[in-house]
Ligand binder design. Structure first.
Ligand code: EPU
Length: 417
């Protein structure tokens, strides 16, 4: 097990550069299998979720090389074989391989994907997309066996704008015969990144980033180069750190529009933010006001920033109300924040956070990726020492978090125990 120790209360000043987006990169890497030539992806983050996908690529026989932030993938000689459950359950995004393999070979066998334990996370909408395009899905326990004589374009209405189901349907449709229309598609920037990548290979996708996406199937996908967009959740996490303990903390390499919902909430609280073309500069807020926040699909407030934001809500005067509408079990960070001095009540899908409260260092657990980020933020603010156990979850999604925070003045270290 790995744990992080933080000595709280240090002001953060200087610049943090944001890495490539985890939730884009984890889709681009499996999407690369659809190409019959070499693809290059720049700005790949160095996180353990990418290592897990790499393991799957290599298991299937792809040639993969990484030079700095560039990943080169040659899938021309892969073998379509069942991906062992131990690898696929390491992360949610493993099921993007299921779609790429189905799209390319019309047959795939794979296990239910893993991912953070934040709710049930069913994949019924992905399966609905597969079936609409003509695939037959058999479930044997935890395993899916999926076959299609022919994949044919179809209209797919998603019951909710699921990121995963949108990406999966695109991956299966790019080589199908005819046109697929996804209605009620998710509009997250990561989906635009995936569509651009596939279009660079020769796919015909329009409308990504809106709720209606058209995909006209093509026979062949070739070589291409693309860049992973900056990680808006990583950016948001460090912006919240700036609002907690920043002194002109500069967060650079961001697309400000992608973090608009957070910028607006921070401004509502009274945090001072200077916006630049691809950066924001944030300082610790004084006399912060309470806010109400509801998580929604993009461009609404992202669920992935809900737990990190909770730490900041403990510093706002009055009662803030935060409603989680995407996942049913994403408040596992709350008991630990309470151990550190927060005053929070969970009522159904909402939490009521009364502040401001002083936070004090404690020993806590990172139960999932963003819960870990929330507790790191709390540790940076708290008086005294905080120990966060099980930080493997955090390393899945935050590149060089120790170095990035140390460079701007945090006293933070990681150790293996
Ligand atoms: N849902 C269904 N059926 C489906 C698909 C989704 O009921 O077939 C429900 C889910 O249970 C959830 C909601 O719809 O309640 C949204 O799920 P979505 O499919 O959009 O999420 P995802 O694709 O599994 C991605 C990110 C998550 C992020 C969500 C929402 C990746 C690998 N994961 O998950 O990221 O929270 O979109 O934006 O892209 C994280 O980074 O910490 C993380 C969990």
């Amino acid at each position: 097990m790995k744990r992080i120790r933080i000595e709280g209360g240090c002001p953060l000043t200087g610049t943090i550069r944001i890495s490539g987006a985890k939730n884009s990169a984890v889709a681009l890497v499996p999407a690369s299998l659809l190409s019959d030539e070499i693809v290059k992806i720049d700005n790949i983050p160095n996180i353990s979720d990418i290592d897990a996908l790499n393991e799957i690529l290599k298991y299937l026989g792809a040639k993969v090389s990484r030079k700095g932030t560039i990943m080169e993938i040659d899938s021309s000689s892969i073998v379509n074989k069942e991906i062992p459950e131990e690898i696929s359950k390491k992360l949610r995004a493993s099921y993007y391989f299921m779609s790429s393999l189905l799209g390319k070979y019309k047959h795939v066998e794979m296990y239910f994907p893993g991912g953070c334990s934040i709710g049930a996370r069913p994949i019924d909408q992905t399966l609905k997309g597969y079936r609409a395009l003509g695939a037959v899905v058999k479930e044997e326990g935890n395993k899916y066996i999926i076959d299609a004589e022919e994949l044919k374009g179809a209209e797919v209405y998603l019951d909710m704008p699921s990121v995963g189901a949108t990406v999966n349907t695109i991956l299966v449709a790019v080589k199908a015969k005819g046109t697929t229309i996804i209605e009620n598609a998710a509009k997250e920037p990561e989906i635009v990144n995936v569509a651009t990548f596939l279009n660079n290979m020769g796919a015909k996708i329009t409308g990504a980033g809106t709720s209606t996406i058209h995909i006209t199937g093509v026979d062949y996908l070739g070589s291409c180069f693309t860049e992973v967009i900056p990680d808006r959740i990583e950016a948001g996490t460090y912006m919240i750190a700036g609002a907690l303990v920043g002194e002109n903390l500069r967060i650079e390499n961001i697309i400000p529009e992608h973090v608009d919902s957070l910028i607006n909430k921070l401004k509502e609280m009274g945090v001072s933010i200077k916006e630049e073309e691809d950066a924001v500069v944030i300082s610790k807020g004084e006399n912060l006001k309470e806010v109400d926040v509801k998580t929604l699909g993009y461009p609404g407030f992202p669920t992935d920033l809900q737990q990190p934001l909770t730490t900041l809500l403990t510093q706002c005067k009055g009662e803030s109300i935060l409603e989680e509408t995407i996942y049913e079990n994403r408040f596992k960070n709350v008991p630990y924040l309470k151990d550190m001095g927060a005053d929070i009540e969970i009522v159904g899908k909402k939490i009521y956070v009364k502040g401001p409260t002083s936070l004090v260092g404690s020993e806590v657990e990172a139960t999932d990726l963003r819960a870990g980020a929330c507790l790191i933020l709390a540790g940076l603010k708290a008086e005294g020492k905080t120990t966060i156990n099980n930080v493997e979850h955090v390393l899945r999604g935050y590149e060089n978090i120790i170095e990035k925070l140390t460079n701007v003045g945090a006293k933070i270290e990681i150790e293996e125990i």
